[in-house]
Design a protein around this ligand. Sequence first.
Ligand code: PMV
Length: 340
Amino acid sequence: MSFLAPFRQLTPTQFETTWRSPSNIAFVKYWGKKGHQIPANPSLSMTLKECFSETKVNFTPSDTLSVELYLEGVKEDKFSQKIEKYLRSLVDFPWLQNISFKIQTKNTFPHGTGIASSASGLSAFALCLTDYLFHLSGEKNNFYPTASYLSRLASGSACRSVYGNFVSWGDKSDFVADPAEFHPDFLQLKDSVLVVSGEEKKISSTSGHGLMLEHYFSEARYIQAKKNFESLSSSLKSGDLEHVGKILECEALSLHAMMLTSPNPYTLLRPNTLAAIEMIWAFRLETKLPLYFTLDAGPNLHLIYPESCQNKIHTFISHELSSLTQRVIHDERGEGPSRC
Ligand code: PMV
């Protein structure tokens, strides 16, 4: 990518920066990749507001690359190794191998709640790294494309977290995400996360993407995702919530159908996930309220609805769905990351 040229040859100096970056929920799912972090289909997400990571990075010149990561003040060797592996893979920036990284990060939401901490955590780290590249090079342009590019290499869905509102990836570019057009009505969109299970998932998203390589239905799924992407993009622009909701649910169920029908079948859905889905469908039929659900690669449901129905939907959640869930996190559309 030509916008990376100013960063190839730099001399490290001491630097410190802190960024907040939100999680995002995919409306059209990225599931399956070609080569190194290139999506097999376009995806589109809504950036969240309250669920974010706040990450501080100290960069210190050193003879060798080293990473020390603290999550909520506790040293986490597993995450340090993951970031170190990622930094070693950035071979276009050989000078990064001469830096010692101290990373202090925290999330506003607990682990294993169906809110992608990899999207927020890794985009927050990539934003700090981008800040450092821009500081060392004096570059002024393409900050967010650079941050999106670096986020994608850490975790695909993280590349969409560097922008607020609605964000697409794999349509205009496979390498960076782009802000998507949307109707002003969707500024009011809410997302209540029903945490059905906080257990760590048994099959990672990386393994799930891998299973798509030999999946009997993968080509059909990529065609469906592309069609859903086109259709959702146009409903997002026109303000057609009913159509957005229809695709939202189709995408969630298709993602989980891919897992169930993969060469090594598995499911991340729990009995309470299915019970809640049936109750949401029944509630919608009865009340005619625009309440829709989606799922990430996990058992927890994201309930999507407009602010105008918030009171009725909160009552429904607390009276009828709370017995199926461990906790509920109320979130909404957000504006994207910020430097602290
Ligand atoms: O970014 P990854 O590799 O963790 O994959 C994310 C996949 C989904 O969350 C299921 C879908 C998406 O587009 O975010």
